[in-house]
Design a protein around this ligand. Structure first.
Ligand code: MN3
Length: 245
């Protein structure tokens, strides 16, 4: 059992595309958060689970403070995971009882909680201590082709984030249907998306992501995030997304 687990970790770690995550105890190698391009959202039983952060809660200081990161991951992301498991249970119960009276409600809730779980999971891996700078390779080429330059693209995604009405996200996705990047201004977790778009870079602009440190100054938070974006993670996601087309 232990051997097969070790082999599994070894195999995953050997893949140049696998992202390994450090557990909160420095030096301890945790299971990969992304396996063959898929983010780990569920356990072996198919229940949704909150994965560990790929760094310690103070790793992204001063741009993202430890208290906010801890609350955000534990209660906001964690709450979505609990909610999603409950939504799926309620739908199952309704089917068992042959009573579909309430399913609209739970289906909507599952879109909300499920999208929150996916977006938060990707968001954590998009960030790292010592990140920032510029993307390279295929990702940079695609950005320059569609958005003229990295600086213009940065201005575009920043503006899209800053102008989200209420709570939401800025998302950069790759759409295999069009073979193009999509910049998406997502409201809540599940609105204004484009079908088929595979998220690559996620920016959480819900107030819970920044209010303790940045108060009402969302643009300052968005600007600070560019110091901790892990462009290698974004590029890895593009690589997988292009193969899926
Ligand atoms: Mn959030």
């Amino acid at each position: 059992m232990e051997g097969s687990r070790r082999d599994f970790i070894k195999t995953a770690a050997a893949s140049t595309l696998a992202v390994t995550a450090m557990a909160s105890t420095p030096g301890l190698l945790a299971e990969p958060l992304i396996i063959n391009g898929f983010d780990k959202l569920q356990n072996d039983k198919g229940e949704f689970v909150l994965g560990p952060l790929p760094y310690t809660t103070d790793a992204l200081e001063p741009y993202m403070d430890a208290e906010t990161l801890n609350l955000h991951h534990t209660f906001h992301h964690g709450g979505a995971v609990k909610g999603l498991n409950n939504d799926m249970k309620k739908i199952s119960e309704a089917l068992e009882k042959n009573d579909l009276e309430t399913v609209d409600y739970w289906v909507k809730k599952s879109a909300y909680h499920g999208s929150s779980h996916i977006l938060h999971t990707i968001f954590w891996t998009n960030l790292k201590k010592g990140g920032g700078g510029q993307p390279k390779g295929e990702l940079l080429k695609l950005i320059e082709k569609q958005y003229q330059s990295f600086d213009k693209f940065k201005g575009l995604i920043s503006t899209v984030c800053n102008n989200v009405d209420g709570s939401g996200w800025g998302v950069v996705a790759y759409n295999p249907f069009t073979k193009q990047l999509n910049v998406i201004q997502c409201e809540n977790h599940e609105k204004l998306i484009q079908w088929g778009a595979i998220p690559l870079l996620i920016i959480d602009v819900w107030e819970h992501a920044y209010y303790l440190k940045y108060k009402n100054r969302r643009p300052e938070f968005v600007s600070a995030l560019f110091n901790i974006i892990d462009w290698d993670n974004v590029a890895m996601r593009l690589n997988y997304a292009m193969k899926s087309g």
